[in-house]
Design a protein. Sequence first.
Lengths: 266, 149
Amino acid sequence: MVDLIKRAKELIETSVVKVLIGYEQGTANKTRALFVEKADDADRLIFDSRCVQNLAAYVTKKEVKEKGKMAIAATLPVMRSIIQLASEFQVNDNNLLVLGITPESKLIEFANLVEVETFVHKYEIEIDARNKEMLDKLEKMTQAERWKFWMDELSPCFKCYACRAACPMCYCSRCTVDFNQPQWIPVPSHELGNLEWHIMRAIHLTGRCIDCDACYNACPLSIPINLLTKKMLADAKEHFGAYQPSLKGDHLMSTYKPDDKENFIQ
Amino acid sequence: MAEFEPKIVAFVCNWCTYAGADLTGTSRIKYASNVRIIRFPCTGRIDYMLLLKAFDEGADGIIVSGCHPNDCHYTSGNFHARRRWIMFRSLCDFTGINTERIKFSWVSAAEGAKWAAIVNATVTSIRELGPYTEYKKVAKYPEKEVTHG
């Protein structure tokens, strides 16, 4: 990514942006986020197939926003997240510059978020074959089998909230799970609280999740929690039509159609 | 052994179903007494977390009911609620929560008889399903697992 390093240096030196968010080599053959504030630091920037963390999670952070205008090295899922965040008034053209990395690993600099949106809309959000198979498998199970499946999968969860921290859409300054009056979600690592926490997470991400799998990648126990959001994505497509984050237009769950179809209300 | 009496929690909107249930009473229609009615300003206010909490607290079945589409006192509360129910119900089903135990309905203020019928039907079907032991088993964590000291 020589182009990226060169462009990052220019942007920082000319003070167009104050901080550039990208990836660098971390420990144990993993990559981690790099915040370039000095031109020299840009040499540490890398980009390869290991860079799966969703960097859009940082653009809503107060500590990063405070530095001034941000630039972000954004893969396709990151660009989708940015469009969703922009539609929720979390970022705008004044505080964010997007350096896109296309699926073919080419660098594109976008003049504004409208251009990012146009680019993002060229690609449909698709659930990958392996997860689709898993979803089908689960749907074919009986209700009791599914209950057992999730009880088994969720039982090791100790609510470290790595999934929440990794998710660009989980930017609330106070999450429902942190409330204790009333205590919506029991704190102990126990099936009940775990189930409620993951149901809550999936519902809050309905119509907002752009299927980047950051939550699953961040989970230290590799619990397939992304299946829940994938299911919501698939259902949203089925019930309310194609889903794409967009700058204009209503959010899936904050709007309605008088003729929304269901088959269970008596 | 005495027959199992299911506990049913009904989340209803103030303007239609609550008034409808009131009409059931003033019309002197007899219906099952298993239902505990909780009044909400609108179906749009019925948070999905409340439904989960009802199961936590030992409900065997849940009824969620409000104004018919286009009848909402606040114009669109029930339309928003309907979208939420569609997604929530499907997520519940996906996680293995028994969706047969959550009944959704539209009952207007004039439908006292429909309310009685829905409650009776729900009680009958929940009685057949039996107590919601699956959920109760996991919901009972404080008695079993929390230790002090």
